[in-house]
Structure formats: C-alpha cells, structure tokens
Design a protein around this ligand. Structure first.
Ligand SMILES: [Zn+2]
Length: 173
C-alpha cells in the first residue's frame, strides 16, 4: 500500500536500490501536488517489500510562482538535480540548441538533468538515423554535444519557462 493516495494525480513510480537490504526492490513513488499549508511540493513515498523499509518525505518548492527558472550545470553533480516539468513547462538548453515545448498533448514529468538530456539524446539519435544531408549532420552534431554534456565536459544552462509557474529545478544537496 502506498503511504499517500496517489489517485489520478500526476506521479512517477520507479524501482530503486533499497538502503536497508541493498536489493533493487525499493518501490518509489513521487507526486507533484499542492499541499494545504505547504504550497507546491514533491511527495516522495518509499517502500521495500523485501525488508520493510518505509519512508515518506514532503519537499516544498520555493520556486512557486516563478515563471522562468535557470539552472547552471557545470559539473557531474549538477546532472543529478531534480527537474520537475509541469504540463505547461517549456525546457530550453541554449548552449546545445535544444528545446522541448509542451506540444499538443502536454504531459508533466519528474526526472533529473541527466534524464532530460537522455530524452533529447533519444530524439537526436532517431533524427540522425533517418535524416539526410545537412539535417543529418546537424543531428549528429547534436548527439555529440549532448553526450559531452552528459559526461560533464560541456557546461550548459537548463531553463524552464512555465506560464503557470508550476515547474521547478531542485539542486542536489
Ligand atoms: Zn529492502
């Protein structure tokens, strides 16, 4: 049983390594929601069915109401910063010429900076595989630059523009 009722609200579930038993069995649920008295927050609920480890955190987001968030990524540690992109958020990485718009069927997601780069990389690799001529070269260059950024050798700025102010970037502790 999850500790909070996730209902139909936007959330993310994944498995992680359990701090208790070291097995890959920790079920993690993250929910991005408005909490009375706390404002916008990320609720993180963890449970390991193997050893019984259980934890629950509420992480308030101070960036409530801000429409443009900028985060400088200059080292490997910055790649683990949490990225919360609400359905109205647009992600930009000017140095890499990358842009992810809400689109016609907007969805929100919770990931980290590396996860955002991974999404861009998959698109660029697909494009490099099917495009021809200058477009192919452009896509291949994008693949190289995204890989450099993921390896920490190319500093960049990640920007989220959000008309509703519900997106956030949480730096690693
Ligand atoms: Zn465990």
């Amino acid at each position: 049983m999850p500790l909070v009722d996730m209902g139909k609200r936007e959330h993310l579930s994944y498995k992680a390594v359990c701090p208790g038993c070291g097995e890959d069995t920790l079920a993690v649920e993250e929910l991005y929601d408005e909490i009375p008295g706390l404002g916008m927050a990320v609720l993180v609920s963890m449970f390991c069915p193997k050893c019984g480890v259980r934890a629950y955190h509420e992480i308030p987001l101070e960036s409530r109401g801000i429409k443009k968030i900028e985060f400088r990524v200059s080292g490997g540690k910055d790649l683990s910063a949490r990225v919360i992109r609400s359905p109205s958020g647009k992600i930009l990485i000017p140095e890499l010429g990358l842009e992810l718009s809400p689109g016609s069927r907007p969805v929100g997601f919770v990931t980290n900076v590396e996860g955002v780069l991974q999404r861009f990389l998959e698109v660029a690799e697909q494009l490099a595989g099917i495009a021809e001529g200058p477009k192919k070269e452009e896509a291949e260059l994008a693949v190289k630059r995204i890989k450099s950024a993921m390896g920490g050798s190319l500093p960049f700025t990640i920007i989220i523009e959000d008309d509703l102010g519900n997106s956030a970037i949480i730096p690693p502790e």
